[in-house]
Design a protein around this ligand. Structure first.
Ligand code: 2M8
Length: 392
């Protein structure tokens, strides 16, 4: 085990760019928002000052309207990743966000000895980033969160987005210059060109519409859950610091709306705000509300989790469903960050993660049926969250 701990630390150190940590040096050479928050949690086990700096840098990317961009470019590596500033039509980063796990990261650091004055300095920014979601990502005022792009969810090509993506034209004005497919062992592990054309169409349409989502807006139970968890983490931190924020009240309102979206299948629903249709998709994302249900053991979604467990862990899609793909990114593989989040209610997912890493190293994702490592190597959040899991 000590070898793996050393290796995990080494990955963070190698992926360190001074103030932020790249997810993986070859495939992802910039800052990604939720990766960075997970990295900070890993840094907390190596160097608390460095962990705090990661969060500072991340929160300093915040726009005036509170949005933390999902990508902030490393200007020295613009040619190593597509799409870059010319497609986003923004010099510094992307124009969408990612799951707000930064409050969770700040609470994690606080519990492990981060400087109290520093924690205080993050509160307003975190509140503002949460406000961004409430204000700009709830187009039908449901107290739920709708993503503006599949990339915003972090689960890029998840089967649940197919419904909304079908309505997005696969036509773009920019040129499609993918560099990602050459950087993985098998291009079948990555989204298709057709999906990329639609991803870019959404990006272009955001530019054309003052960043107001129009062609793609899908209410996502995972995104809502992570904002509830974020608000709850913020509320606990603020309680300790004796600051009032209203975060718990916002969390409670969303939780009530979220838990009411469950169907008889146990899964929580998605809702496409473009054509106003509610639908089910047997994804791990639609089981996320379990994480905010205090009675999760009696929730009918809890036994459904078993349908997502292969010999090697928690699959991002129901294994017997016809859309399940054991190798393709968010359409089936196991991810260490979702394992980590579900380990909050079921310790088995911590054990699965440790076994996977022992078998296949710190990969981006894993085949849930045979444990093979897939996607990028030296992957930051796999290393960072491994350090969290072995230290808990
Ligand atoms: C993946 O997403 C990026 C686009 O944002 C990509 O495929 O190029 C996702 O797994 C996302 O969740 C993650 O934050 C990012 C960097 O690890 O890679």
């Amino acid at each position: 085990m000590q070898n793996l701990i050393d290796e995990a630390k080494d990955i963070l150190i190698k992926n360190d760019r001074g103030d932020f940590t790249v997810p993986s040096p070859h495939l992802y050479p910039h800052l990604w928002a939720w990766d960075s928050a997970f990295a900070a949690m890993g840094w907390a086990h190596i160097d608390m000052d460095r962990a705090q700096r990661e969060i500072d840098y991340l929160l300093n990317t915040q726009w005036e309207n509170g949005m933390v961009p999902h990508i902030t470019f490393d200007q020295a590596h613009l040619n190593d990743y597509f799409p870059g500033p010319d497609v986003w039509e923004h010099p510094l980063g992307s124009t969408i966000s990612q799951p707000p796990v930064w409050a969770m990261a700040v609470e994690y650091l606080f519990k492990r000895g981060a400087d109290e004055a520093w924690v205080r300095s993050t509160i307003d920014k975190i509140k503002k980033t949460h406000d961004f979601f409430h204000t700009h990502r709830d187009p039908q005022n449901k107290n739920l969160i709708a993503i503006a792009h599949p990339w915003e969810s972090g689960m890029d090509n998840c089967v649940a987005w197919d419904v909304g993506m079908d309505l997005v034209p696969n036509k773009i004005r920019n040129e499609l210059k993918r560099v990602d497919k050459e950087k993985v062992a098998d291009a079948a592990e990555r989204p298709t060109d057709d999906q990329y054309l639609r991803y870019l169409h959404i990006v272009e349409s955001l530019v054309d519409n003052q960043f107001i989502p129009t062609v793609f807006k899908t209410y996502d139970p995972m995104m809502t859950t992570l904002l509830v968890l974020g608000e709850e983490a913020l509320a606990r931190v603020c309680d300790k610091l004796e600051i009032s924020t209203g975060a718990q009240a916002r969390a409670d309102k969303m939780k009530e709306a979220l838990l009411a979206t469950q169907t008889d299948s146990g899964y929580y629903t998605y809702h496409n705000a473009v054509d106003d249709k509610t639908y089910n998709s047997p994804t791990l994302g639609s089981l996320f509300p379990l994480l905010v249900d205090a009675e999760f053991k009696t929730n009918s979604a809890y036994p459904v989790l078993e349908k997502h467990i292969g010999e090697f862990g928690l699959s991002s899609h129901q294994i017997k469903d016809t859309s399940f793909d054991e190798k393709c990114y968010w359409r089936g593989p196991t991810w260490i960050n979702t394992n980590y989040l579900f380990s909050m209610i079921d310790k088995r997912f911590k054990e699965y993660s440790i076994d996977l890493i022992k078998k296949s190293g710190f990969r981006e994702y894993y085949n849930p049926l045979n444990g093979d490592g897939l996607g990028a190597t030296q992957f930051t959040w796999s290393a960072a969250l491994f350090l969290c899991m072995v230290n808990e």
